[in-house]
Design a binder for this molecule. Structure first.
Ligand code: FAD
Length: 423
């Protein structure tokens, strides 16, 4: 069967079968339950940003592209407003720049000192935010005025009917960003036989995007519209084996389908590696939503997940990327710029539901790349430098990373179900 994959995953050292077993038995069930927790369920996103690349971004009228917004009272109290972490953390935070000057004898000078030191501290905060932003692979929309919370459980990723030139233009533009190619052709899709001529970084970029593309398309096959809302109140959703075969069989894809499926494993290992690398940081996170008992459960569930991830032998090995030549830093810079463009292309997706999940998954992948390549999570880095004072992953980065891994993990699980159906 075209979807029965064996052997090593390209540019990684572990086997497809090992990943299947590990994911389906250990990771998938844990993530499924974790992603129901309030902290991971609500994602703040701006779906109304104008497309920066072309003007005829037609708003989509497809019924299944609609995104359900959530009621104010549904949003956990700790996520509302600007309260992003627990009150205790906020009190200790660097952002708390005002000082008491009651001990100053010279009130005027005291005032001056206070304002200067407040200004210096404020500058430090702004500069460290600026420094952190240099590590970002995507723009963060958390504090954007137009961003709104979306309940991800109310808006599952599934078949929407979004297709045709609008969808193709997005995919084409994304693959065009595949870095470092001097000649941009009209056909940005790469044949797998050409991959070996590329440098590792370029291959990794392509495989990550292609793996994400595979994951999105597997979801729409596994959660296909089997009967519409006219016959079933909210539509009937389930697997469509024909759709899956049409999209991934060798015959229908000039032999590329199985390679695209393998890329799913590649991006999964890449993101899992990032999760493992950020484990020390994440195990200290409070996952604050204001619901004390659920927050505690979330912390335990995350630590349990991290312990399982740690035991998996061969994640993606990022240490061979962006090293070894004078050009390495330049290459990394370019890689980042191209990836940022991909994140901007998401504003041009003409189906809100697809845009929601597209943005979340690109941000999740961007967060993974930031963890892998900023140097701040390296083994050698002192844990205190991962302290909130000096470095911070925003809540939306954590939510998008874990949800993205959840999506990829679900795709690997659903792929196995298709295999069984084909058997
Ligand atoms: P497409 O999937 O549009 O692919 C275009 C071309 O890319 C193909 O002709 C092929 O040459 C190449 N290609 C295909 N797969 C791969 C791969 N894995 N790796 C490398 N190259 C590949 N639809 C939904 O129903 N639900 C969704 O939630 C959804 N989310 C989307 C999110 C985004 C960001 C985008 C851009 C699209 C989304 N879509 C969604 C649409 C969906 O991905 C397809 O574009 C659509 O179903 C049309 O499919 P297609 O067969 O024409 O080929």
């Amino acid at each position: 069967c075209f979807c029965q994959l064996h052997g090593k995953i390209d540019d990684c050292t572990c086997n497809v079968d090992t990943v299947d077993h590990f994911n389906n038995v250990k990771i998938y069930p844990r993530l499924r339950s974790l992603l129901h927790k309030g902290y991971f369920r609500f994602y703040k996103v701006n779906l109304r940003r104008p497309c920066p690349f072309w003007s005829d971004d037609s708003r989509c009228a497809i019924r299944y592209c609609h995104v359900e917004t959530c009621e104010e009272e549904d949003i956990p109290v700790g996520l509302k407003g600007s309260l992003l972490s627990s009150p205790t953390k906020n009190q200790n935070s660097d952002l708390h720049v005002t000082q008491s000057c009651k001990d100053d004898h010279n009130t005027e000078l005291g005032y001056l000192n206070t304002t200067i030191s407040a200004k210096v501290q404020e500058d430090i905060v702004l500069w460290s935010a600026y420094d952190d932003a240099q590590d970002n692979f995507c723009a963060i929309e958390d504090n954007d005025n137009e961003s709104e919370y979306v309940d991800l459980l109310l808006n599952p990723e599934r078949y929407t009917g979004y297709r045709g030139e609008s969808a193709h233009r997005i995919w084409r533009s994304i693959y065009m960003e595949n870095c470092f190619r001097n000649t941009k052709s009209d056909n940005p899709y790469i044949h797998s036989s050409k991959l070996n001529n590329m440098c590792l970084e370029e291959r990794a970029f392509y495989r990550a995007i292609s793996g994400l593309h595979t994951s999105i398309n597997i979801h729409l096959c596994a959660q296909y519209l089997l009967a519409d809302g006219l016959t079933e109140p909210n539509g009937k959703w389930g697997p469509n084996l024909n759709e899956f075969q049409n999209r991934f069989s060798k015959e229908n894809t000039h032999g590329e389908g199985p390679h695209w499926l393998r890329n799913l494993y590649f991006v999964y290992l890449l993101e899992l590696r990032a999760l493992n690398k950020a484990a020390r940081y994440l195990s200290k996170e409070e996952f604050y939503t204001g619901n004390e008992s659920e927050d505690w459960d979330t912390q335990l569930a995350v630590v349990d997940l991290l312990n399982v991830v740690k035991k998996f032998p061969d994640h993606f090995n990022e240490s061979s990327m962006f090293t070894g030549s004078d050009q390495a830093e330049k290459l990394k810079y370019e890689f980042k710029q191209h990836f940022r463009n991909v994140s901007k292309i998401m504003d041009c997706v003409g189906c809100d539901k697809c845009k929601l999940w597209g943005k979340l998954q690109i941000q999740g992948l961007g967060t993974a790349l930031k963890i892998l390549f900023s140097g701040k999570f390296d083994e050698s880095s002192d844990l205190t430098s991962l302290d909130k004072r000096k470095f911070q992953l925003q809540r939306s980065e954590i939510v998008s990373l874990v949800n993205s891994i959840g999506r990829l993990s679900t795709s690997i699980y659903e792929l196995d179900e298709f295999r069984q159906m084909l058997r």
